[in-house]
Design a protein around this ligand. Structure first.
Ligand code: ATP
Length: 300
């Protein structure tokens, strides 16, 4: 095998409940991940060493050194296999960078699947999931795709059943938001409010809406504990969310740590209308209609 290409989806969190700050600086989460049809492609070619190049939208914002999550994933896999394998990785980037849609994690998952194939390792998905969990808490879900409940730091995953297809519109913003900064702002707001932070629990009504394929019920139950922090750091996002609501979105939410905003639509045509109309009254960079759930990292 001289070249392998893998397609990996972005995610939106339809529930993101953030527990109290732990002594180790992390939070226990209840995270319902949903993979959507905005894809990065990771191609791996035989080579002496491990390198990365990035093309497509957002390419200029992605590091091409050892900070790149795809390189770190390929290195971790080579180490696991116990050999000095090499690969030239090329990432075709469509998932917004630092947008709260797990783009870096997607590329890490793509690199794991591509290099496993390129190097003929034949590791089972369970092994890849373990390596993925060490790389970052969103990486296992990028491998798995579909819709899943994540607990712990988000890395312990249980698949959730869904019916049919949900239609979404995503509005990206100019400039990213750093995930650690958004968590820190969430902690700061909570400390200032001196409110008791409840233990995070899965929302039974949301899980039922997913199972029933009911976008109206899902739209009512979308929740994100990081949203107040993202809105404090980026007040203009409130205008974007409001624009979608006025246009009849069934639910409007900041995706993960933001600043991408996610809108649940009635159907594909409504998602397209939202994508056209939201920029007329809100400061967005791009808008895209997409659907979910989609499979995780897949060899093309
Ligand atoms: P999450 O939703 O998982 O919190 P995110 O979507 O907000 O993440 P990413 O797009 O994953 O954020 O990028 C976060 C940072 O990671 C970027 O600012 C970038 O410097 C770095 N990074 C490293 N590798 C990659 C990659 N392959 N693609 C995108 N960003 C990368």
């Amino acid at each position: 095998m001289s070249s392998v290409t893998v397609r990996v989806p972005a995610k939106v969190n339809v529930q993101l409940s953030v527990g109290p700050l732990r002594e180790d600086g992390f939070h226990d989460l209840v995270n319902v991940f949903h993979a959507v049809s905005i894809f990065d492609e990771v191609a791996a070619k035989e080579s002496e060493s491990i390198t990365v190049a990035v093309t497509g939208d957002w390419a200029d914002q992605v590091p091409v050194d050892d900070e790149n999550l795809a390189i770190r994933a390929a290195r971790a896999l080579a180490k696991h296999a116990g050999r000095g394998y090499g690969a030239d990785l090329v990432i075709r980037k469509a998932i917004p960078v630092a947008g709260g849609m797990a783009g870096g994690s997607a590329d890490a998952a793509g690199a794991l699947v591509a290099c496993n194939e390129l190097w003929g390792l034949g590791l089972p998905v369970e092994d890849l999931m373990e390596i993925a969990a060490d790389l970052g808490s969103d990486v296992p879900f990028s491998l798995m795709g579909g819709t899943a409940l994540g607990t712990g730091r988000g890395e312990r995953l249980t698949e959730l059943p869904t019916a049919g297809t949900f239609h979404w519109t995503f509005a990206t913003a100019h400039g990213g938001l750093s995930t650690p900064r958004v968590y820190a702002e969430c902690d700061r707001l909570r400390a200032a409010a001196m409110a008791e932070v409840p233990w995070p629990e899965p929302d039974a009504d949301l899980v039922a809406a997913l199972r029933a394929g009911d976008p109206h019920a899902l739209g009512r139950r979308l929740s994100n504990d990081l949203q107040p922090a993202a809105l404090t750091l980026r007040p203009a996002l409130a205008t974007t969310l409001e624009a979608g609501r006025r246009l009849g979105a069934l639910g409007a939410i900041v995706s993960g740590s933001g600043p991408t905003c996610a809108f649940l639509a009635e159907d594909a045509a409504h998602a397209t209308r939202l994508a056209r109309a939201i920029p007329e009254s809100a400061p967005t960079r791009t808008t895209t209609a997409a659907h979910g759930p989609t499979p995780g990292a897949t060899i093309l």
